[in-house]
Design a protein around this ligand. Structure first.
Ligand SMILES: [Fe+2]
Ligand SMILES: [Fe+2]
Length: 278
């Protein structure tokens, strides 16, 4: 059962453009993802809420409440991070406005079932990326510690709630070939739209950032980081394909062992808060 946690990360604003140990381009890859979260996650909440009344099982109802709570907290903390991009003279607000308009457009034109199919597809993408982050400490382990904690926390909670939207889908849609097809189309479409947009966002951020413009081989380093060493996206590829199995369920990738990382993270945050108060 996921738990809503109201946490703050006290991110150092001055580091927003270079918080990752692999340099400014890799930092802006993560910053580009961050720009999608607040409105993207509001869209997920909207899609799941629509079907909420059709869920009879109290445990799933409770999980939906926790899912909504967690996504709302992620949105709040990433909004704070995104505002720092503007303080640094980068086009965070402009790019986030695009995500807002895009999600509002999807709410207007897509049938509710397609909104949920896109939601479970993007939740799958976040879950497999979260797994890659938790699996290998090099993904954010050497980064500026406050930013690293934000990303670890998000990855841990994405893991905790990775099956909630999917279980809502399975409950309200049932198992039939048409729904299976709709689920598969959801992942293909979501992936084809999401990754080019992330790349464009990263390009916009690096282009606006004088420090990134001066960085040599930043794109090459980002590609090497993502696909070779430590290669979080390469590692996630197999799991991406598993989604197309007719009997797929997110917990078939059983990575609950990482959830043990939540307690140390909370202790770490407490210690930080105590240090600030002292
Ligand atoms: Fe989230
Ligand atoms: Fe999520």
């Amino acid at each position: 059962m996921p738990t809503r946690r109201d946490l703050h990360f006290s991110l150092p604003a001055a580091r927003v453009g270079d918080w990752h140990d692999q340099g400014r381009h890799v930092s802006h890859f993560f910053n580009a993802l961050s720009l999608f979260f607040p409105d993207g996650e509001r869209f997920f909440i909207h899609a799941v809420r629509h079907y909420r009344a059709q869920i009879a099982e109290p445990q799933l109802q409770q999980a939906v409440t926790a899912f909504i709570g967690q996504e709302a907290m992620h949105g709040r903390e990433h909004t704070e991070c995104n505002a720092m991009l503007d303080e640094a003279g980068l086009p965070g607000a402009r790019l986030q406005r695009f995500v807002f308009r895009f999600t509002e457009f999807m709410k207007r034109v897509l049938p509710k079932s397609s909104q949920l199919s896109v939601t479970i597809a993007l939740e799958h993408l976040t879950a497999i990326m979260a797994n890659s982050l938790l699996q290998d400490s090099r993904v954010v382990g050497e980064a500026e510690p406050h930013f690293a904690r934000l990303w670890r926390w998000h990855a841990l909670e994405e893991t905790e709630h990775k099956a909630v939207a999917y279980d809502v889908w399975a409950t309200v849609m049932g198992r039939n070939p048409l729904r299976y097809l709709q689920r598969c189309i959801g992942l293909i479409t979501a992936s084809l739209v999401f990754w080019p947009l992330v790349t464009i966002f990263m390009w916009q951020l690096t282009r606006a950032d004088a420090g990134a413009r001066a960085e040599r081989g930043g794109w090459r380093r980002t590609l090497r980081f993502l696909f070779v060493n430590p290669g979080p996206l390469r590692r996630a590829t197999g799991e991406w394909f598993d989604y197309f199995k007719p009997g797929f369920h997110p917990w078939q990738h059983d990575n609950r062992e990482y959830l043990g990382g939540i307690e140390p993270l909370l202790r770490d945050l407490d210690a930080g808060a105590l240090a600030r108060a002292a």
